[in-house]
Design a protein around this ligand. Sequence first.
Ligand SMILES: Nc1ncnc2c1ncn2[C@@H]1O[C@H](COP(=O)(O)OP(=O)(O)OP(=O)(O)O)[C@@H](O)[C@H]1O
Length: 261
Amino acid sequence: MASVLELTDVSFVRSGNRILDSVAWKVDETDRWVILGPNGAGKSTLLQLASAHAHPTSGTVDLLGERIGKVDVFELRTRIGIAATGLARRIPPTERVGDVVLTAAYAVTGRWQERYESFDLERAAEVMDAWDLADLSTRTFGTLSDGERKRVQIARAVMTDPELMLLDEPAGSLDLGARESLLQSLEDYASSSLAPAIVMVTHHVEEIPPGFTHGMLLRDGGIVAAGPLDEVLTDARLTETFGLPLEVRHEGGRWSARATR
Ligand SMILES: Nc1ncnc2c1ncn2[C@@H]1O[C@H](COP(=O)(O)OP(=O)(O)OP(=O)(O)O)[C@@H](O)[C@H]1O
């Protein structure tokens, strides 16, 4: 099976702070990964490396068949879909939802004078339909709820048919209904044989969509466990990762966890 991302002995140091330490990780094209770990564990930094927005201090990152440091990262980034809060901040609040999705074809935010082909317009309509955004296409991004904004960000990332999809806390800050509805959409997306490899960072095991296959537990920049989800999400490993006694359950395709006394 072809690997889309491979980190070999990767360390990442900033201001003398070892944020990632000797990380080895391989993502194959059919994998759907979830990354969990306490605040400050290094999850977002790992996504920065996985999206060619950061270089490792030592070790190697191979992304979509290219070695980071030996390739034009601007070209490489067009092959990766990212939905993250930091990127959402760059979307002008006055931009129409339809244009937020469509402008992904040129990797820009804010529609200007780009000329779109009919297949771009058809693709944007198809993606907005799939992510329940068709009724919002003429609304402006700034008027949307948090849940709607998350959907728009993901639809924008899906628009270009990426070879790797990176999701940073897609269900963070959503109410119960919005979360459950988003998880159903993510489950549908992840179950398609046409979907790319997916890596999702989350703070809660309850936010893992059914069908996700692999998990990584990160603590203090090091991997506690990585592999098939049911081997990784155990009481002992979650307890070690979060530093308090935890009990985990897996029922009906969904995960939950709580502290024990
Ligand atoms: N440029 C930097 N210089 C120094 N330290 C940094 C820098 N960027 C991040 N860090 C530190 O690296 C650690 C990991 O940060 P990162 O954002 O990757 O963690 P995270 O697991 O995503 O956290 P959270 O769950 O809170 O979002 C944190 O302690 C953070 O303060």
